[in-house]
Design a protein around this ligand. Sequence first.
Ligand SMILES: *[C@@H]1O[C@H](CO)[C@@H](O)[C@H](O)[C@H]1NC(C)=O
Ligand SMILES: *[C@@H]1O[C@H](CO)[C@@H](O)[C@H](O)[C@H]1NC(C)=O
Ligand SMILES: *[C@@H]1O[C@H](CO)[C@@H](O)[C@H](O)[C@H]1NC(C)=O
Ligand SMILES: *[C@@H]1O[C@H](CO)[C@@H](O)[C@H](O)[C@H]1NC(C)=O
Ligand SMILES: *[C@@H]1O[C@H](CO)[C@@H](O)[C@H](O)[C@H]1NC(C)=O
Ligand SMILES: *[C@@H]1O[C@H](CO)[C@@H](O)[C@H](O)[C@H]1NC(C)=O
Length: 389
Amino acid sequence: MHLRTLLFAFLLSLVYGQDRQIIAKLNPDCQNCDVTNTLVYVEAIGSHDTIHQIWDFTGGMPTVIFAIASLNSSMQIIWRDTQPAKFNFSESPLYSFAASIDQVYEYEDCKNNGHMNEICPTRPLSLRNVSWNLTNSLLTDKKEAMIRMHGFYKDRETTGIINMKLDLLPFEDYAVDLPHLIHTANSTLIDVSLVNFTTTLNSSRFALHFVMVSTDAATEIMDYTMRKSLDDEHTPGVFEIIEIKTPKCRVSQDGGFMQFRPVCYTEAERTVSSSTNAYISNFNRTRIPGRSTLWMFYREYDRDNLLVQDMFISFGIPGDGYYKQHNYTSWSFTYGYGSPPMEGVSLFVIIIIAVGLGVPVLLAISGITYVLIRRQKYRNRPVQFSDEE
Ligand SMILES: *[C@@H]1O[C@H](CO)[C@@H](O)[C@H](O)[C@H]1NC(C)=O
Ligand SMILES: *[C@@H]1O[C@H](CO)[C@@H](O)[C@H](O)[C@H]1NC(C)=O
Ligand SMILES: *[C@@H]1O[C@H](CO)[C@@H](O)[C@H](O)[C@H]1NC(C)=O
Ligand SMILES: *[C@@H]1O[C@H](CO)[C@@H](O)[C@H](O)[C@H]1NC(C)=O
Ligand SMILES: *[C@@H]1O[C@H](CO)[C@@H](O)[C@H](O)[C@H]1NC(C)=O
Ligand SMILES: *[C@@H]1O[C@H](CO)[C@@H](O)[C@H](O)[C@H]1NC(C)=O
């Protein structure tokens, strides 16, 4: 019986396996681009709209831009040498949102609690001059778009490696690696790792600085939510799910979101024992970084009336020996359109609940039945004395 259901589900997923068709191109129409320039343009064509995604590393600062437009829309990139200079849409997008990691912050964790603190020294490292190399990609297949990037950071005092992976699959599933985030046809899975960064402070940690943009009114705010899931089956020990939604996503479910678990890893091999905490800071209003791909993209918009906020993601727990203990931090998030996916209740949990609720109910029912039968028997006993009154 179960096998048949499973088989049916499997066949169904074969037929309806792809929620969107994916077309990915590396540096489309760029004459002078070489291996050191990476801009991936992904079109994810659905049943009634198209998501245009731009994954950009040409300006040093990793940037993901989403633009939602009608089914037949297309986009063309005009280049100035090896930098995108203009994004021409066949029709103006209905909605757009973006995120960029413009800086990594080295910070002194003087309270030894993992968090960034205004009273302790910090040192921003701008990613503008990171040299990025595309080390692996999957772009020709219409069933997946994936790139792996290797970035080398260097200034007078610090060197370090930033690795990133961006992956779009046209169906909903749990990611293979911990913390097994849910990716969908509408959302891209992004991994970031900071490897072998040299430190200049006594108790250094590193944080990622994000600039988040959306085509909502500048007076609105990005929405932070922390949900608790009842089930930690996919991410042992981590029950919280953090979501940042654009104002439109909060009210109508066709805005943008970022989703992650407050956990990061200190070894390349992600395990429960190599996991530690990730924290999100408050949001603050900011501006789009100048001379950036974000700046170019939103040039067509009234930039004074865009919502632009920033935030930090920092990593670590008290007493873990700071960043230098492992010289490695990796963290994942998904970035997408629509409403953030919710984890379904797994079969395992259903069984546990069924047993947990079933046993008492069964006991109660058998108890009641027993009492009823006893009464019935008592009533049906030959009545000997009752009529003698
Ligand atoms: C998209 O193009 C197809 C054929 O080119 C046309 O039939 C369809 O009506 C168009 N849809 C929209 C929303 O413009
Ligand atoms: C993706 O977005 C479309 C609307 O553009 C929506 O109909 C669909 O349900 C979304 N899929 C997921 C998995 O969120
Ligand atoms: C980081 O440094 C360690 C030890 O020096 C080395 O084994 C490892 O390969 C380095 N990692 C990268 C990505 O270069
Ligand atoms: C991390 O790097 C520092 C030098 O920047 C080195 O002294 C330390 O031993 C490294 N730690 C590990 C675990 O490799
Ligand atoms: C770092 O540690 C040294 C020696 O413990 C101390 O003299 C120095 O003030 C510390 N620097 C900072 C920024 O805390
Ligand atoms: C927020 O922005 C204001 C003005 O730019 C700045 O003074 C303040 O320090 C920022 N706060 C945080 C937490 O970054």
